[in-house]
Design a protein around this ligand. Structure first.
Ligand SMILES: [Zn+2]
Length: 88
């Protein structure tokens, strides 16, 4: 995405601040780079759909967390974030 600055700027003033903050937290996790569990290529794994991950190098497709290939990582991150901002 070529959008700079606030990750939810494309949404403008819509949907409310709380929802936008939640979305920003999820997207940060979703768009981060992850190594491929099959070929080991760094940054190879791409988010394909909710719970589905795909490696651009070897074509390996696998199930994972909805917005993070490692479910435990995203759980921990979001819990920490939402607890801190009282969004949960
Ligand atoms: Zn791979």
């Amino acid at each position: 995405m070529p959008i700079k600055g606030k990750p939810t700027k494309r949404l403008g003033a819509r949907y409310g601040a709380t929802v936008r903050k939640r979305l920003a937290a999820i997207e940060r996790v979703q768009k981060a780079k992850y190594p491929c569990p099959n070929c080991g290529k760094k940054d190879g794994v791409k988010w394909l759909s909710v719970g589905i991950w795909y490696c651009r190098k070897c074509g390996f497709k696998f199930a994972g967390g909805a917005y993070n290939p490692k479910l435990e990582v995203v759980k921990e991150m979001l819990e920490r974030k939402w607890a801190g901002e009282r969004l949960a």
